[in-house]
Design a binder for this molecule. Sequence first.
Ligand SMILES: [Zn+2]
Length: 59
Amino acid sequence: MAIDQKNDGQCESAPIVVDGLFLMFVKTRPAECSACGFDLKKVTRPRCSECGEELTLEI
Ligand SMILES: [Zn+2]
């Protein structure tokens, strides 16, 4: 009598991208684009509005 408690074999580890978190981060501390040095306080999306570099949080 074997009871398989695994409902499914899925083990999703997709990263959750929260734009709001990024925006809060760049507003609460100095941050600039790693590619061009653009002031990220002015961006409204996790992407540099100056050079188009996709931005990620680096702590
Ligand atoms: Zn840039």
